[in-house]
Design a protein around this ligand. Structure first.
Ligand SMILES: NC(=O)c1ccc[n+]([C@@H]2O[C@H](COP(=O)([O-])OP(=O)(O)OC[C@H]3O[C@@H](n4cnc5c(N)ncnc54)[C@H](O)[C@@H]3O)[C@@H](O)[C@H]2O)c1
Ligand SMILES: O=C(O)C(=O)C[C@]1(C(=O)O)C=C[C@H](O)C=C1
Length: 296
């Protein structure tokens, strides 16, 4: 498939926040679409997308927004992808490709697929890149450069549709991996969802401390805590939806985590320094491996 030039005549983004606007900027920059339309329930976001120049037009009408679209990219919070699909599905043309960027895959596949008419191809996707910021002004075209993009197409998904979505992301600089949706949800539960839950917990614990101590937590914030506050500043709606929609995998990983935490608690209580040192050496090695894989 061609690595430059127009890949889709018309692309429509449903939801134009951090991820939607980053991909729209990349699509504009690489010339992958002749025309970009955005649809968002927030009028200020629609206006901003046109003002910033990565959208050619904007609409609050879901059906009108996808009319003649060759590709529709759902970039809403995970919990409303199905509602959005229900709203735009009647406007889709035969042969259109629908994709998404949601952080959970099984629930979105379930919620979206049921609304799509025959003859429309759904290629679920998830970029492993983001920030703690939200909205169309927070996006940037380079966000996906050198990052992984996971595709989770159900068995039988049209191969040409998969290849076109793959090319779109390759042009954004992503490396592509194809994975089963259930496996995706388990892997992301450990690499992304649990870290966010831990960050929310730590910062919440600090916040629950008395007012006096809280001031000191902010004043003397050490870099470890500071790093957690960045993650804990992530979008509350998106992350509420992630935990509610990847419940099983998150609860399973959380159980394993609590057991490991209890192990550390015991090691500290009984002065078992060898156990602490052995674990901390293993985890330091993982950090080095992530740096070597250029994912730090
Ligand atoms: N933030 C990240 O780090 C990150 C990384 C990878 C994937 N994702 C996924 O990307 C998706 C979008 O996240 P984001 O960070 O861009 O969020 P965001 O809050 O920046 O943007 C979401 C946009 O969707 C709009 N919206 C909300 N409900 C809508 C609806 N029913 N119909 C149309 N528009 C609606 C909002 O107005 C907003 O403009 C989520 O599914 C998330 O799981 C996020
Ligand atoms: O860098 C960040 O701020 C992120 O949290 C990005 C991050 C993650 O790495 O966990 C968050 C959610 C995703 O779906 C993908 C990426």
């Amino acid at each position: 498939m061609s690595k430059d030039g127009i890949l889709f005549d018309r692309v429509t983004f449903i939801g134009i926040g951090l991820i939607g606007s980053s991909l729209a900027r990349s699509v504009k920059k690489t010339g992958s679409a002749a025309h970009i339309t955005v649809c968002d329930i927030n009028q200020a976001h629609r206006d901003k997308a046109v003002e910033l120049g990565f959208a050619d037009d904007a609409s609050g009408d879901f059906i009108a927004a996808v009319k003649d679209a060759d590709l529709v990219v759902i970039c809403t919070p995970p919990g409303v992808c199905g509602d959005a699909a229900a709203a735009f599905a009647p406007g889709l043309k035969e042969g259109a490709i629908v994709t998404d960027v949601g952080s959970v895959k099984q629930s979105i596949i379930h919620d979206v697929s049921q609304h799509l008419p025959d003859g429309v191809h759904f290629v679920p996707a998830h970029p492993i890149a983001g920030t703690e910021h939200s909205g169309p002004e927070a996006g940037f075209a380079e966000l996906f450069d050198g990052r992984w993009l996971i595709l989770t197409p159900p068995a039988g998904t049209d191969e040409t549709a998969i290849a076109k979505v793959r090319t779109l992301w390759e042009r954004a600089g992503s490396q592509i991996e194809i994975m089963d949706a259930q496996h995706h949800d388990m892997v992301l539960a450990i690499t992304s969802h649990l870290p966010h839950l831990i960050a929310y917990t730590i910062v919440g614990t600090a916040d629950d401390l008395g007012e006096h101590l809280k001031q000191e937590v902010i004043k003397f914030s050490a870099s470890g805590f500071r790093d957690f506050t960045r993650i804990a500043a992530s979008d509350p709606v998106m992350w509420r939806d992630v935990f509610l929609n990847n419940k099983e995998a998150v609860l399973e990983i959380l159980q394993r985590f609590s057991e490991d935490l209890t192990f550390l608690q015991r090691a500290i209580r009984w002065g078992e320094g060898d156990k602490l040192e052995e674990l901390f050496s293993r985890t330091r090695k993982i950090r080095r491996e992530i740096i070597e894989a250029k994912q730090a």
